[in-house]
Design a protein around this ligand. Sequence first.
Ligand code: ZN
Length: 268
Amino acid sequence: MSEPLPAASPGSGSTSGTDAGSASASAADSASVIPAETLPLTTATSGLPAGAAELATAPSTHHPTPVSFSERDLHFMKLAQAAAEEARAAGEVPVGAVLVRGDEVIAKGFNHPIGAHDPSAHAEMVALRAAAHTLQNYRLPGCELYVTLEPCLMCAGAIMHARIARVVFGARDPKTGACGSVVDAFANPQLNHHTTVAGGALEDECGAALKLFFAERRRAVREARAARAAAHEAAPAVPAVHAASAACAAADQTGRAATDETGPARLP
Ligand code: ZN
């Protein structure tokens, strides 16, 4: 790239993992954010990364110390946002990630558990798998992972196993965030990891993409319900003679009188 980038040193970021993570829990991401009454899809059935829905409704109760990110960090986070857009275009919760070594993007990934029928198809996991395949090494020391949403426990575990040097994430996830919002996996010294974490890079923009996604999804659900209701209203009434005949037929089969209170008037 043409513009000089600040030192690519993993771990030299603005915040250490523990600091960034524990500062957390403000806005949020994912599926569970959607009020059940407005979106009858559950996280489990929709395959949405938990937490995203909260972005739309959850007020921020934590005020983490502002972290300033380098131009380099913002550059790679924007690439992660572009990956998130691919998820949105595929109808999946828009979360994207890029895995970087030095100033080189080794791999990218976007969230697509629904389309892949794979509960592990989070953006981070996809990027980690692709990078490991590219480098032919299941360890990825010296690499940094940029992701638009705070990693969950599954992804945090994979990040540790891969020996990722540094994670930079955007929006916080109060439902499943494992970098301080719900738990801070990276704060446990008993876990042998080598990862520093910095949260909140382009947080507003990353969160806005998730809010917009869920707002549009709720609107689509409302419109579908309205369309079904309108179609039901417009459905022609069953002629009485046909209804009576059907009732008689049913009565013949069940032995119940056609004039039963559950008879003709309630037949379809
Ligand atoms: Zn995850």
